[in-house]
Design a protein around this ligand. Structure first.
Ligand SMILES: Cc1cc2nc3c(=O)[nH]c(=O)nc-3n(C[C@H](O)[C@H](O)[C@H](O)COP(=O)(O)OP(=O)(O)OC[C@H]3O[C@@H](n4cnc5c(N)ncnc54)[C@H](O)[C@@H]3O)c2cc1C
Length: 805
């Protein structure tokens, strides 16, 4: 057995084989895959082999499209058949809400180049005569949907990789993975040891166990899943053409033709997490005991939807396990806390996603970053809060919701509350409606007393609308208070702190007592963070950004930390507090501190360590609402005291708590972008307007400098714009296409209703040649063309006179 490899991939399922195929295709030849048994010995061998492009995340959907288009190429390269059946697929809509959902999916697909279309019940029956369309309002048809042979496809990936130089070792379990001081790994296998410069965990059903060998927990869980194949059915085999797939969300089933019969599978509510305490090493090519009782209701429904099923005999029943992450998307990328260790796990739809996962990982390993934003499947989108119990509850919820309509304002209930701040009880008493991000509860809005604190999920304006409007007015007219716990906060200190920050941030590092808004860039000049950097002391900085990006940002910070001279601490959970914002905020702060907080002493974008009441606080003069405002950070245990101090002093000023819904409405008037909407690794500073915070002239060779300088030279081809939309009851959310003179020319990044301006606002990209004040476009919202007009200045306080005053 060889003693060294540039990359060792553990696991020969469809995902591991796709990884070695893509690594070798992008140029790395010294690649070894180690499989404990034969190829396809995990979930892969008993998959139903269906593939589709539908995914709530557009980049995931695009990668699924990539995967599906790859199969023909694999067949051509290797001569190995994947048994492709491109039969197309229908997703049925049985309710107006699901039709809205499918309309918005169709709209998204327009700018992704996917040719889906909405079809009527008549057209459904023409495409799939065995489908009873009673109660069905329409369907989304995707010509790319189809199925294949899981084993043939996995072997096609493997053969193509071998043809490009990869080596595959079979029947050789990996027993240990031990880190070496130089960052490489000792991979201990049954047949001997091999040193891997880089290690990939693609161990599927055993990914948790293989992760544990390196001392990490990968947040995924296997679930049991059942489908059955029928005997021959004349209505199926007596046709000229093969039947399309049909997804029936109401019946929680998917159906397709298999030879002369049908295959139907179910995502049932009464689902079962498998191998809760770990996957047995001796689990192999075996199936789980079938349990038709569990899918009894779904089967009964299926007999009505497809009457031919009722007459058909069942040929085989498959019950097999496969893995999911908490949100159903894969776990891909460098594993936080480890060097040269990569995850390619939790791929629940290996035949829709495997190609995209392999491509992404290979780009990341070889080129240093993926070619598109892949946060939706980044292993670092979860943090330490995501332990095995939390994961199991969330995975179960996700499995049950596989066919449920997802609404933009929806908050999922499983495993909540988990993390709360001391203010949680105070908010509960005020009838707060909570949301959660990264395990932490936050207030979305405060329901009127006497009303159930629940926001009804909807694609249209919800029951929260009026109350959120009142919260917005309280901020703009008087003063509002909300929590600042949902920022990620980091303390960076030590003699090397300035230089470190100057290298990882693209903007100016502020002078003592000042703060600066600072984009963080990838080497390719893409936005990987939008930070607020505050200088508390010469060598002490507070750095804040999105709470949900903590593991993502910490991974980057740690990767670039110098050997000495800088201490970096994630203080997100220790340093919490409130922001106060509005015309009376300065007066309120002045009432509770002896420090001079006048605009002269404490101007916009300044930071101070002062006492607020009896609390030791860090106060920043900045507010994401666009108002004159302050973020006040105190130690965790002083949060309740700070609340009391501020409310006692602020009641006669009209102080009112507000939640995230109001904050996201208020930012619209100021054209403030937000993380993962306007600012994400798909976009550059020049495209999004963040270039005004980039210091193109600073001497430091900061990460991404060469790329942004080159882009500035060349100019951007698209630009983020603000639109006022003539929406009636449904505002733009994200990904809606923007039309101009009959063509799709751009898309929305986010939007909503501005209660202050009393206008519906959307942000989105347009080609630069179309960007001009007053440009009239149309935005497709839930299938309707809505007129919109481009504004080149923010609607509220365009010159920042109020903000700075
Ligand atoms: C009933 C059922 C139906 C499904 N239907 C579909 C479908 O229609 N379409 C679709 O896209 N997906 C479907 N899936 C899901 C699909 O099977 C998975 O997404 C896919 O197989 C995951 O592949 P993988 O390579 O990540 O993992 P696995 O297939 O589990 O492969 C992991 C491999 O790693 C090896 N390994 C583990 N530990 C070690 C070790 N220590 N040393 C060496 N080797 C090791 C294992 O032997 C195994 O071969 C279905 C799954 C089930 C159970």
């Amino acid at each position: 057995m060889r003693s060294h490899a540039r990359v060792v991939v553990i696991g020969g399922g469809v995902v591991g084989c796709s990884v070695i195929y893509h690594l070798t295709r992008l140029g790395w030849k010294d690649v070894v895959l180690i499989e404990r048994s034969e190829l396809t010995s995990g979930s892969t061998w008993h998959a139903a082999g269906g593939f589709h492009t539908l995914n709530a995340d557009t980049n995931m959907a695009a990668l699924q499209g990539y995967t599906i288009r790859l199969y023909r190429e694999l067949e051509e390269i290797t001569g190995q058949s994947c048994s492709l059946h491109h039969v197309g697929g229908l997703t049925l809509a049985e309710s107006p809400e699901r039709l809205d959902f499918l309309k918005s999916a169709r709209a998204m697909h327009r700018h992704m180049g996917l040719d889906t279309e909405l079809v009527t019940p008549d057209e459904i029956r023409k495409l799939s005569p065995i489908t009873n369309t009673d109660g069905v309002l329409g369907a989304l048809y995707d010509p790319l949907d189809g199925h294949l042979d899981p084993s043939g496809t996995t072997h096609a990936y493997a053969r193509a990789a071998q043809m490009q130089g990869a080596e595959i070792m079979l029947r050789n379990p990996v027993l240990e993975t031990n880190p070496r001081t130089d960052g490489s790994w000792d991979v201990v296998t049954e047949q001997g040891n091999i040193v891997a410069e880089q290690l990939v965990n693609a161990a599927g059903l055993w990914a948790r166990e293989v992760g544990a060998m390196a001392g990490v927990y990968l947040p995924l869980h296997p679930m049991e899943h059942q489908y059955f194949a029928t005997d021959s059915i004349p209505e199926v085999f007596e046709r000229d053409a093969e039947l399309p797939h049909v997804m029936d969300p109401e019946g929680e089933s998917y159906l397709r033709q298999e030879g002369k019969g049908l295959v139907i599978g179910f995502y049932e509510q009464d689902c079962v997490p498998w191998a809760v305490d770990g996957t047995r090493w001796d689990f192999g090519h075996e199936l789980l005991t079938e349990n038709l009782d569990r899918i009894g209701d779904s089967m009964e429904f299926a007999f009505k939807r497809y009457p031919v099923l009722a007459e058909a005999g069942i040929k085989t029943i498959i019950n097999g396990p496969f893995t999911f992450a908490a949100d159903g998307n894969p776990l891909v990328g460098p594993v936080p806390g480890l060097r040269n260790y990569w995850s390619a796990c939790a791929v629940m739809a290996g035949f829709s996603q495997g190609g995209g996962v392999g491509l992404t990982l290979a780009e990341w390993m070889i080129e240093g970053e993926p070619s598109r934003d892949v946060f939706a499947m980044d292993v670092a989108r979860f943090g330490d809060y995501c332990n095995p119990s939390y994961t199991r509850l969330k995975v179960t919820e996700n499995y049950q919701r596989r066919f449920t309509v997802s609404y933009p304002n929806e908050e999922l209930p499983a495993a909540r509350p988990l993390d709360t701040t001391p203010a949680y009880g105070i908010w509960q008493q005020q009838n707060a409606v909570f949301g959660a991000a990264y395990g932490m509860e936050h207030v979305n809005y405060f329901a009127p007393q006497g009303e159930e604190p629940y926001e009804i999920p909807s694609f249209r304006r919800s029951n929260a609308f009026a109350t959120v409007g009142e919260e917005c007015r309280a901020v703009r007219e008087r003063v509002g208070i909300n929590e600042v716990h949902n920022f990620g906060k980091y303390e960076v200190c030590g003699p090397g702190a300035f230089q470190y920050l100057d290298t990882i941030m693209a903007g100016k590092i502020p002078a003592l007592g000042r703060i600066s808004l600072n984009p963080m860039l990838s080497p390719g000049g893409k936005i990987i963070g939008d930070f607020t950097v505050g200088r508390l002391q010469q060598d002490v900085f507070q750095v804040t950004a999105s709470f949900a990006a903590q593991a993502y940002h910490m991974r980057w910070f740690e990767q670039h930390l110098p050997g000495s001279g800088v201490q970096l601490t994630n203080v997100s959970q220790q340093r919490i507090g409130f922001q106060i914002a509005g015309p009376k905020a300065q007066e309120l702060l002045g009432r509770v501190t002896r420090a001079d907080v006048s605009t002269t002493a404490m101007p916009f974008l300044s930071i101070r360590e002062i006492d607020v009441g009896q609390c030791q606080a860090i106060v920043q003069r900045v507010s994401y609402t666009g108002d004159r405002g302050y973020e006040i950070y105190v130690p965790w245990h002083q949060q309740v005291a700070l609340y009391q101090i501020l409310t006692q002093a602020g009641t006669d000023l009209g102080l009112r708590p507000f939640g995230m819904r109001a904050m996201m409405s208020l930012r619209l008037d100021k054209s403030f972008g937000s993380w993962m909407r306007e600012f994400k690794p798909d976009y550059t500073p020049l495209e999004t307007g963040l270039d005004r915070f980039v210091d193109y002239r600073k001497d430091t060779d900061y990460i991404g400098k060469a790329a942004v300088l080159a882009e500035r030279e060349k100019g951007a081809t698209r630009q983020l714009c603000t639109f006022v939309v003539e929406a009636r009851d449904a505002d733009a959310v994200a990904w809606e296409p923007i039309w101009h003179q009959g063509d799709v020319v751009g898309y929305v990044t986010s939007g909503g209703y501005s209660h202050h301006s009393q206008k519906s606002i959307a942000f989105g990209f347009l080609p630069v040649n179309l960007v001009e004040e007053g440009r009239e476009v149309e935005i497709e919202i839930l299938g309707e063309m809505i007129a919109a007009k481009l504004y080149t200045e923010p609607l509220f306080d365009p010159k920042n006179d109020y903000l700075r005053g």
